[in-house]
Write a protein that binds this ligand. Structure first.
Ligand SMILES: [Zn+2]
Length: 268
């Protein structure tokens, strides 16, 4: 007896759905969603730190007209698209940086989830991703690295090491802090002695010390390697195109953050 065509299609379709479900698994989807929301929070942190305001108060509002935002205006990415990048009340342009930070955060979360699979260890890595993204943008905009974010990074790092197997991880982390912080600290001192001006900010020193907890002394140098090459190329490009003078400061934090991410994925 012939099966009705509809029934065959339904079985076939169900099979296809299962395959797609495997490919784009539930945990990746969950990671993207959580990443979007944490990215939205990162936007708040970035804005408040860059403008020197408190994180908790006041409520989220339009930076142009000050109107408090409704929940429907605060859905990550979606709201920005729905509003076509403009405030519902005063029509002021909302920077593309907001959805970009949310999307980058979502992709970082999914990337780490893909590397680790569904395990508890993914949570401290998400903590690190949030810190790196926020630090990179804040340092880029205002040449400062807030201690509060580094503390979140340190706590995430301790959880990360605590969840890994083996006592040697604590030793790796301890020497990782030194391997991360010491080189920048020494260069900083050297520049200070030779040129009587700060080389790297102390924020960079602390950032690399924090990264050492995650990377261990074995992988910190990869973060430096990537950061110095990229930062060097960027600096050279700024000089060649005369967008900066030789004695201008450029934010090194974003390059360090990118280096830390590369080193971390390499170490996994
Ligand atoms: Zn407005």
């Amino acid at each position: 007896m012939l099966a009705p065509i509809g029934a065959v299609d339904a079985v076939h379709l169900a099979h296809m759905q299962v395959e797609m479900f495997d490919f784009f698994d539930m945990f990746t989807f969950f990671s993207l969603m959580v990443g979007c929301c944490v990215g939205s929070f990162a936007n708040v942190v970035i804005h408040r730190f860059s403008s020197g305001k408190s994180i908790v108060t006041p409520r989220s509002h339009c930076f142009s007209c000050g109107t408090n935002l409704k929940w429907r205006d605060m859905i990550p990415v979606i709201s920005w698209l729905m509003l076509k990048g403009r405030c519902r009340f005063c029509d002021a342009t909302i920077s593309k940086a907001y959805p970009i930070v949310e999307i980058v955060c979502a992709l970082l979360f999914a990337l780490m989830a893909t590397y680790l699979g569904a395990s508890l260890s993914v949570f401290p890595l998400w903590g690190l991703a949030f810190v790196l993204l926020s630090v990179a943008v804040i340092d880029w905009k205002s040449l400062t690295i807030p201690d509060g974010l580094l503390i979140v990074g340190v706590i995430s790092g301790l959880i990360w090491v605590g969840l890994s197997y083996g006592e040697s991880k604590w030793v790796d982390a301890f020497f990782g802090i030194i391997a991360g912080a010491l080189p920048l600290f020494l260069i900083d001192q050297l520049v200070w002695i030779l040129a009587k001006k700060p080389g790297f900010g102390f924020g960079d020193v602390k950032l690399m010390g924090m990264s050492g907890i995650f990377l261990g002394w074995q992988y910190v140098y990869i973060a430096f390697f990537v950061a110095f090459i990229m930062g060097g190329l960027w600096g050279a490009w700024l000089l060649i195109t005369k967008k900066a003078q030789r004695d201008n400061y450029i934010a090194f934090g974003p390059f360090l953050c990118f280096g830390i991410l590369v080193a971390l994925l390499y170490s996994l």
